[in-house]
Design a binder for this molecule. Structure first.
Ligand code: AMP
Length: 114
């Protein structure tokens, strides 16, 4: 059996997280190492290793996650804008093999990323 990812352990309640949203399909919690005043991770409860592993079956799940992100941005006061990031694979800088969407805001973010 493969070891659970840290995010699966959060979903299962094995370890604590600062949860800001929880529903049947996804969970959102504050990043433990925030890169902006607001840095939340939104993850599907379904185990999907990366963006690269999405299938047609996941279409509505991904749409749902984006609507949750929009609501969270409003709730967290990001009226001046925000950024949504998905790191995918080694070159994308992905470090946890469970699909996650970074919601970043609360300051002016620079572009391009490093
Ligand atoms: P990525 O580099 O895109 O794979 O992002 C993984 C993110 O997960 C990083 O921003 C980490 O700071 C964050 N992270 C890792 N472990 C935890 C944890 N236990 N609780 C909250 N965020 C975490």
């Amino acid at each position: 059996m493969t070891e659970k990812t840290i995010f699966k352990r959060i979903i299962d309640g094995d370890i604590e997280a600062d949860v800001v949203h929880d529903d049947e399909r996804c969970l959102a919690f504050r990043d433990v190492s925030p890169q902006a005043p607001v840095h939340v991770l939104v993850i599907p409860k379904k185990e999907i290793a990366s963006l690269d592993r999405l299938t047609e079956d996941d279409e509505s799940l991904v749409g749902h996650i984006h609507l949750v992100i929009r609501k969270l941005a409003e709730q967290l006061g990001l009226s001046d804008g925000y950024r949504v990031v998905v790191n995918c694979g080694r070159d994308g800088g992905q470090t946890v093999d469970h699909l996650h969407f970074h919601l970043l805001g609360g300051r002016a973010l620079t572009w391009p990323p490093g």
